[in-house]
Structures are given as structure tokens and as C-alpha cells.
Write a protein of this length. Sequence first.
Length: 400
Amino acid sequence: MEFFRNTNIDFLGKKWYFLSFSLIFSVAGVLSMLFWHGIPLGVDFRGGTLVYVKFVDAPNVQSIRGDLDKAGLHNATIQSYGNAADNEVVIRLDLKETSEADLSKGKNQIINALETNPVAGKQDINNSDRIGFTAVRDALLAADPLHAEPAEYDRQARKVLDFRDKDHGGVIKSLDDLKGVVPDSVLNALKQAFYTSNFGVRSADIVGPQVGGQLKKQATLAVGFSLVAMLVYLWFRFEMIYGVAAVVAVFHDTLITVGAFSLTNQEITLTVIAAILTLVGYSMNDTIVVFDRIRENVKMMRRESLAEIVNKSINQTLSRTILTSGLTFLTVLSLYLFGGEVLHGFSFALVVGILIGTYSSIAVAAPMLVAYTEWRSKSSGRGAIPLPAPGAKGKVRVKV
């Protein structure tokens, strides 16, 4: 299947437009990383606490921030999470002193800050997970409203927590909501021991600063080693300039993708690093397809200039590029639109990376190869350069 046949687009003739486009987005990303949002690292890398909170009613971000400020949590980041109807926010809190001894410190600080109207002598049933299932069961055992065996109170406690978590998403507005779920005597016993706050902590991710720093180092090394490995591979398969051009193109893709995260102030997490490594391989594969066609055409078009050969090669692989990249882009775009909040960063990196990676194979790697060849020819005073010819004992020379 082909979208285009016998195209003759002068891609190299538009290299200055491509250069301008790349410079604008690269510089914008770098300026954002240096002076605006910086590199917005997620809790995976910087260490701290990420707490997901569900409210009974629509949350007021300013009110939440005020409660956190009163509790001394001035550096918290608050964002809406998921669908608006879910009434959920995610609170990010940097904890420089996080250690194995206080892994839940940040979570407990946030709960204490948001509990503005605690009831003395009672526990908050919406956040009883700090104590666990035993909190509800023990309260019922102590009151013994049914005069039953302990196993019966285990069953009643489980019904209460299942009603809260499975039917109401982790929070209940009032203990009266349990009417009909448990016997009235059990409900009255619960009212004596518990009250309901207007929120409940759904989950918390906690990373110590040591672990975060280690992950940051490993992520940087993973990206760096992948680029070096690609360079070495292309050096042996083609020639050093091919490897350099391809690695520069992939670095260009990575820079623009990270810059896009900085410009949109989206956090870079471990899943985003996985997406960046994916696009490194994808972009490199697309570049190799173009380079392989250039190498084949060098043997058959010896009277043509390298610029003409490169243009011809890009046009010959254009249909394959559009078909492959287009289908991949539609897939990751669907993932971005419908994959949910958890996959948002991962899919955003792939959406940007697929577009930029396809573009750079044509607009960055190939023109760089031609530019180097022309510079080398002029500086050496020779009219030809060596290019690899598979199976040949020597080098093929191409006029430029």
C-alpha cells in the first residue's frame, strides 16, 4: 500500500525552513527549562509525597491551599485529578527529611491539615485506613450492639468499609448513609465512635530523596547510553557521519520533547522516561530506513550529486514513513485522549515524540549528512567523498 508514487519534493531545498522550525522549538524549550518552569520532575525523581484525595463535594483549590499553609505546608502543589465529577485532587509535597522511619509523614501531615473540624474522642471513618480494618471492628466489639460473636462484627466492619470504598469511591457524606446497610444498633454504635470528614485519602506514593536522586541518575544514564549505543551501531553499519547525524537528530527529538513538558508544566515521571527511550528507538529506526535507501542509491546513481541522491531517497521512502508514522501516531493519540490520567504523561511524550521523530529523520539527519559532505569536500579540495558500499572491498566515491 502506498500513499504517494513518484513524488519529487525538494526537501533539502527547504532546509532553512526546517532549521528555523527546530531552532524556535528547541530554544523555547531550553528557555523554559532555564528560566520558566525548569525541568518539572515528578515525585519519582525529586522525592516526597504524592497524595490523591477525594472530596465529598467539588473541591476548592484555594481553600485547600489555605488549610495546607496554616499547617506549614507552603510548598504543596495542588491539581485537579481525573474527571471533574469525581471531586479528586492530587497534592504533591516535597519532604526533604523523608526516611524509612516516617514514610507516611507527608500523608499524615496532609490529612491533619485538611481535617479542619475534628470531633474530640472520635475517629474519622473516611480516613480510618491509617488504623485499618481493625479500627471499625474494635469499635463495634467494644460497644457490642448485637451481643454477637466477634466474627459477626468482622462481617459488619467489612460491610461498612465496602460500602464506603466500593459504592462511594472512598468517602461517605454522613454516617446516616449506612442506614439499611447495617442494623440500626450497629449504626448507633458507629456514631458513638466515628464522624465523617469531607474528604478521604485514596492513595499515596512516597519516594525518599535518596531513591529519587538515584532514579534521576539512572534515567539520565539510560538515555545517554542509548544514544551512545546507537552511534556505535550506525558507525559500524554505515559510517561515523551517519551515526553522528542520527544521534544529533535523536538528541534534537529528546530536547524538544522534554521542552514540551517544561512549556506545558507537565511532570516527567519514570513512565515518561520509558516513553522517551521508546521514541529514541522509533526515531532511530525511521532514520535508518532513509539512510539505508541513500546507501542503496549511492551505488546506482553514481553520476548524481549527494544532495540529489538524498532527496530521491527521502521521496522513495516517504509513503512508508507516512503510513508507519501515521498509524503509530493515531494509536498514541487515542491513548492520550482516552487512556486516562495515569497514562497522560506517557502518551503525551509519545504523541510529541512520534511527530518530531518522523520530522527529524527527514529535516535534520539527512540535511546534516549532506552539509557535512559538502563541507568536507570544500575543505579537502576533493570532489568526492567515501560512502559505504555493502560487500565492496573499497569505498564508492560520489561527486558533490
